[in-house]
Design a protein around this ligand. Structure first.
Ligand code: FE2
Length: 299
């Protein structure tokens, strides 16, 4: 596959300082750069940054960034996206922001903005910590036309569909069960952003730290069906929904794509263990609020 993983999300927030306090002091990321009023935050893993916070008039998702294997693959992806003729497509070039690299931005059929970047900076001091996010695990994006969104990701970007439920399509560009999912909804909004922590202990410790700071667990702790990952969901600043997750399943060539009938919980259950209540009403409302920016401002 030309894309090798999910690297970062670029968020627009109305209060960068408040959001930075949450993502550093509570969520467990660390600042790496702060050019021109923006703040870039890393996890304990190698990616140069996981979250960029840009000042904006309203909270919005500016872009979702994937790593590509090489410049050659960036150029091949660019040709494929242009050929698909679904929305605006930038020109591959040096990326003038922290982490650098070579890449381009593009819109998908519903106006979501993504980037593919190769040769960006990686941290040499990557080291797990039990109470800190390592990398991004996945983003879940709402879609009014999931089959179309999935077809673009599979046919044009080279993702592999791994499971389908009544709620969403899961797909991956590496051996993780999913790094993107599209959820059936009434429009192209952000559902949530998931951060990978090292293990179940880390999910529990992270959840405890959030509770200590006054953030309730909006869904979880539990274990998902597709992906078999453990989870705890929270509402972060400006209603971005964020998840700690661990133990995400790996898929090989033999993995059989699950269909909605394969993923039905017994009555009353919403997770594998049966210990979690359903997602809170507050979180379900927040999971429909954040829209993508209307233009490719961060490219
Ligand atoms: Fe998730």
């Amino acid at each position: 596959m030309k894309l090798t993983g999910l690297r970062s999300v670029e968020l627009g927030v109305t209060d960068v300082a408040a959001a930075t306090r949450f993502y550093t002091e509570v969520w467990g990321l660390a600042p790496v750069a702060s050019p021109g009023g923006a703040v870039y935050l890393r996890g304990s893993g190698a990616p140069h940054y996981l979250v960029a916070l840009h000042p904006r008039a309203t909270p919005e998702l500016l872009s979702v960034t994937f790593n590509a294997r090489s410049r050659k693959d960036v150029n091949a992806l660019h040709a494929a996206v242009k050929g698909a003729a679904v929305g605006a497509v930038g020109v591959p070039a040096a990326i003038a922001e922290p982490g650098g690299g070579y890449g381009f931005a593009f819109m998908d059929p519903e106006g979501r903005i993504f980037r593919a970047i190769a040769e960006d900076a990686r941290h040499a001091d990557s080291r797990d910590a039990t109470d800190r996010p390592r990398e991004l695990a996945h983003v879940v994006l709402n879609s009014a036309d999931v089959p179309r969104a999935t077809a673009f990701f599979v046919d044009v970007l080279g993702f592999r569909l791994t499971d389908q439920t009544r709620m969403m399509d899961f797909m991956t560009c590496n051996d993780h069960h999913h790094n993107v999912a599209f959820a059936h909804a009434d429009g192209a909004t952000l559902n949530h952003i998931a951060f990978e922590v090292p293990d179940l202990e880390s999910v529990m410790r992270g959840a405890g730290r959030l509770r200590d700071r006054g953030y309730r667990i909006e869904w979880g702790v539990g274990r998902h069906g597709p992906g078999n990952n453990v989870f705890a969901y929270f509402i972060g600043p400006e209603d971005f929904v964020v998840e700690y997750t661990a133990e995400v399943g790996r898929v090989d060539a033999a993995y059989r794509v699950g269909r909605p009938d394969d993923w039905k919980w017994p009555p009353g259950r919403v997770d594998h263990w049966g210990v979690s209540d359903p997602p809170s009403d507050r979180m379900q409302a927040a999971q429909r609020k954040i829209r993508f920016a209307g233009s490719m401002a961060v490219a």
